[in-house]
Design a protein around this ligand. Structure first.
Ligand code: HEM
Length: 459
C-alpha cells in the first residue's frame, strides 16, 4: 500500500461522523433548504411525503418515504407543513409517540388562530414532545447558512430533553440557540417574523409626529404669516429654509429624548432608595428604543449639515448678498465689521461641528460590530459621558444661534416663539437634571444605590 493512499483513507474515515437519522415532513422550500443543511452537517435524512414517488426535487443524499415509515426511522421529526394541513398528523399519532416534533410553522397574520400552531400540534399528538424552533429563519437564510444578521434560533417547548436535542442540531448547523421557555412562548415566537422593525416603531412615530408638528408650525410662522401680514410670497422657503429648521429641531429633541429616560430612572432610584424595584413599563420601553432614537437623530442632523453646506450657493442667498453690496455702493456706505457678530457666528458653527463630530462617534459606537468589541465600561463611557457632551454642544450651538433674539417681540410672530426656542426646552431640562445628578452629594447616594445599597425606611 502506498503511503499517500493510507493517509487518504484515514482522513475520509475520520470525516464521516456517525450518521444520525432526522426526519422532515414536507418537501416545500423550507423543508428542502433545511434538509440540505442537515445533510451538509452530516445527518442522515429521510423525508416523509404524501406522494413519495412524485414529490419533486429533494436534496441529493436524502431518501423519501411515506410519512409513516419516515416517522419510524427517526426520533426527531421536523414538521415543515402549513398548519392547515396538520390534520393528517393525527392519524400518525401512534408512530409519533415519544418522538420530538419540531414545529417550524408561521402564520400570515397575528391572531389568525385561537392558539399557537405548536400548541395545536401538541394537542393533536399529546404523546409527542413538541418544540417550536427555526420559524424565524427563512428558507433563504437556511440555504445560505447563518450570517451575522440571522444567527439566532429561538426555541421553546415543555420537555427539556427534546429542547436539548433540537438545540444540538441547531448548534451543529452553526446557529446560536436562545431558549425562550415553555411551549406557551410559542405564540410570541410565531409573532416574531410578522413584526416589521418592532423596535423602530415608537421612534419612527415620534419622529413623524414631531416633524409634522414643526413643519406646520414653521409654515405658519415663516410662510403664512409673511403672506397675511405683508402680502409677501415666501413659499419657496419651504424647500431649504424650512427643511433646514425642521430637521435640526427634531434631531435635537430626539437626542435629548435619548437621555431623558436615563435621568428619570436615576431620580426614580434616588426617590425609591433602591435599584431592585422594576421601572414602570413605559420607562423600560423608552429605554429600549434609545439606540433607534439616536440613530434617527443622527440621520436628521446629517441632513441639517448637508442643507447648511448649500447655503452659500442658494440663489436667494446670493441675490440678497449682491443686493446688499449694490445698495451699499449706491448709498456710498460701508458697514463696519461687528466683532460680536463674528464671535457669535463662529462660536455657533464651531459648537455645531463639535456636536456633529461626537454625534458621528456615538452612531459608529452603536454599530454591533463596534459595540461588541468594547468593554461595558468603554461602551457606557461613549454612550453616556460623550453622549451628554454631544447634547451639550448641540444645545449650546442652538442657544448661540438664538443669541438674544428671545428678548425681541418682533421674533414672536402671532405670539409664537421661533422653532429653535421651542426645541431648546427638553434638552435644557435634561442637561439641568443631569447637572443636579452630578452634584457630589446626589452622585454619592446614587452610586451607593447602584452598588446595591438600599434605604430602609423607619417603620
Ligand atoms: C441652526 C450650522 C450641526 C442643531 C444652524 C444654522 C447653521 C448651522 C448655519 C442656521 C441655519 C439658518 O440660518 O437657517 C451647523 C453646522 C453644523 C451643525 C455647520 C455641523 C457641521 C448641528 C447639530 C445640531 C444642530 C449636530 C443638533 C441637532 C441646530 C438647530 C438650529 C441650527 C436646532 C436652529 C434651526 C432653526 O430653527 O433655524 N446650524 N449646524 N446643528 N442648528 Fe446647526
Amino acid at each position: 500500500v502506498k503511503p499517500e493512499s493510507m493517509s487518504l483513507y484515514s482522513v475520509s474515515a475520520a470525516a464521516t461522523p456517525e450518521q444520525e437519522a432526522v426526519c422532515i415532513f414536507g418537501t416545500g422550500d423550507l423543508g428542502r433548504s433545511l434538509g440540505q443543511r442537515l445533510l451538509q452537517s452530516g445527518y442522515r435524512l429521510v423525508y416523509g411525503s404524501r406522494r413519495p414517488h412524485s414529490c419533486g426535487p429533494i436534496p441529493p443524499g436524502a431518501q423519501v418515504m411515506s410519512h409513516e415509515i419516515a416517522a419510524r426511522s427517526a426520533s426527531l421529526v421536523f414538521v415543515c407543513v402549513h398548519r392547515e394541513h396538520y390534520d393528517f398528523l393525527e392519524t400518525l399519532a401512534p408512530h409519533l409517540k415519544g418522538k420530538v416534533l419540531v414545529d417550524v410553522s408561521n402564520n400570515l397574520k397575528k391572531n389568525m388562530y385561537p392558539e399557537a400552531n405548536a400548541e395545536f400540534l401538541q394537542r393533536l399528538i399529546p404523546g409527542a414532545h413538541v418544540v417550536k424552533a427555526f420559524n424565524t429563519l427563512s428558507a433563504w437564510a437556511l440555504q445560505n447558512g447563518p450570517s451575522d444578521a440571522n444567527r439566532q434560533v429561538y426555541l421553546c417547548g415543555n420537555s427539556p430533553e427534546a429542547k436539548q436535542a433540537v438545540a444540538e442540531i441547531a448548534t451543529k448547523l452553526g446557529f446560536n440557540v436562545q431558549d425562550r421557555g415553555s411551549l406557551s412562548a410559542a405564540r410570541e415566537l410565531e409573532d416574531f417574523p410578522l413584526q416589521l422593525f418592532p423596535e423602530w416603531r415608537l421612534p419612527m412615530r415620534l419622529t413623524i409626529g414631531l416633524t409634522a408638528f414643526f413643519f406646520f408650525y414653521l409654515l405658519v410662522r415663516d410662510v403664512i404669516f409673511a403672506y397675511v401680514d405683508q402680502g409677501k410670497d415666501n413659499s419657496f422657503r419651504i424647500m431649504v429654509s424650512l427643511a433646514n429648521k425642521v430637521f435640526p429641531i427634531v434631531s435635537l429633541i430626539l437626542l435629548s429624548l435619548c437621555y431623558l429616560p436615563g435621568v428619570i430612572a436615576a431620580f426614580l432610584q434616588l426617590y425609591r432608595g433602591t435599584k431592585y424595584k422594576r421601572f414602570p413599563d413605559w420607562l423600560d420601553r423608552w429605554m429600549l428604543c434609545r439606540k433607534q432614537l439616536g440613530l434617527i437623530a443622527l440621520a436628521l442632523a446629517s441632513l441639517h449639515v448637508l442643507y447648511t453646506l448649500i447655503i452659500p450657493i442658494r440663489y436667494y442667498v446670493r441675490f440678497r448678498l449682491a443686493a446688499n453690496t449694490i445698495s451699499q455702493i449706491k448709498e456710498n456706505k460701508t458697514s463696519v465689521f461687528d466683532t460680536t457678530m463674528g464671535w457669535r457666528t463662529d462660536s455657533y458653527y464651531s459648537m455645531g461641528i463639535l456636536g456633529f463630530g461626537l454625534y458621528l462617534l456615538l452612531g459608529i459606537a452603536s454599530l454591533p460590530s463596534v459595540s461588541n468589541a468594547l468593554s461595558w465600561r468603554e461602551f457606557s463611557f461613549i454612550q453616556s459621558k460623550l453622549g451628554y457632551l454631544t447634547l451639550f454642544f448641540c444645545t449650546f450651538h442652538t442657544y448661540l444661534y438664538g443669541w438674544d433674539t428671545f428678548l425681541f417681540i418682533s421674533y414672536y410672530k402671532w405670539y409664537t416663539p421661533p422653532g429653535y426656542m421651542l426645541c431648546l426646552v427638553v434638552p435644557s431640562v435634561v442637561l439641568l437634571l443631569k447637572l443636579l445628578l452630578l452634584l457630589p452629594c446626589v452622585d454619592k447616594s446614587l452610586t451607593r444605590i447602584r452598588q446595591g445599597w438600599e434605604r430602609t425606611d423607619p417603620e
